[in-house]
Design a protein around this ligand. Structure first.
Ligand SMILES: Cc1cc2nc3c(=O)[nH]c(=O)nc-3n(C[C@H](O)[C@H](O)[C@H](O)COP(=O)(O)O)c2cc1C
Ligand code: SF4
Ligand code: SF4
Length: 215
């Protein structure tokens, strides 16, 4: 059994998930994909089916989990915290885990219109957030050079000399912004000064996961 668990980015897959699948040769009797999202996932799961099929993967089970939306250009994190309970995250997670344990075969699909509308949003997300998307980040004077941003970045896109600098191979995940202990990275057009950290994860776990995937 092999599964992919990843966030929805612009009605599609984050680029690193796409790259990973494209480069992989995987064999399993049962493939599943779980996409977390914050408001509208549209045909994000269709995207992993398409990318998977080119890599010889036929998914048996796909599903979505609605979570807090950490997309700072559109959402106020304080408001997201207030909505958290109504999203019933744990209940949905239990259902997904039980489905997978029972080897359920079920693909979540949204239909033709959603598939068509998702395409331009995927392209816009790539245009605004990938590579030079970090030009929207402003490192403020309260940066103390602690390097947390460098360590949480999944793409080695941050170098801290005296303060954080970005190398223009960004994925737009905002991990550096959300985890900065000084809240020193300002995103142009951000809706919220408050930052989000998933309470079920420690900073060390995120850094360790990055170190493992880079080694
Ligand atoms: C660049 C970017 C694009 C996003 N696009 C979407 C989207 O199209 N639809 C959506 O519902 N959530 C979107 N989100 C929100 C995340 O999918 C959501 O916050 C995440 O799945 C929550 O999981 P986490 O707590 O593990 O980060 C986006 C987030 C980022 C950073
Ligand atoms: S995490 Fe924040 S304070 Fe630390 S180096 Fe990065 S920007 Fe500066
Ligand atoms: S951590 Fe920051 S610099 Fe690194 S990919 Fe994510 S948004 Fe870009």
């Amino acid at each position: 059994m092999i599964g992919f668990v990843f966030p929805c980015y612009g009605f599609g897959l984050p680029r690193s998930v796409m790259d990973f699948i494209e480069k992989s040769k995987l064999n399993a009797k049962y493939f599943f994909a779980i996409m977390t999202y914050g408001n509208i996932a549209a045909s994000g799961l269709k995207h992993i089916e398409e990318v998977g099929s080119k890599a010889g993967i036929q998914f048996n089970y796909t599903n979505e989990i609605l979570m807090i939306d950490n997309y700072l250009p559109l959402f106020d994190i304080e408001e997201q915290f207030r909505k958290e309970r109504s999203k019933r995250i744990e209940e949905k997670l239990d259902q997904v885990v039980s489905d997978i344990r029972n080897g359920q075969a079920k693909l979540t699909r949204k239909g033709f219109v959603s598939d068509i509308l998702s395409r331009p949003i995927k392209k816009l997300t790539a245009k605004f957030h990938y590579d030079e998307g970090d030009k929207w980040f402003i490192v403020q004077d309260n940066c103390n050079g602690c390097k947390v941003c460098e360590k949480v970045c999944p793409r080695d896109n941050v170098k801290v000399v005296r303060k954080a600098e970005f190398l223009h191979k960004c994925e737009g995940c905002f991990a550096c912004i959300h985890h900065c202990p000084q809240n020193a990275i300002y995103l142009k057009l951000q809706r919220s000064k408050t930052r989000f950290m998933n309470r079920n994860l420690t900073l060390k776990e995120i850094i360790d996961a990055n170190n493992q995937s880079n080694s």
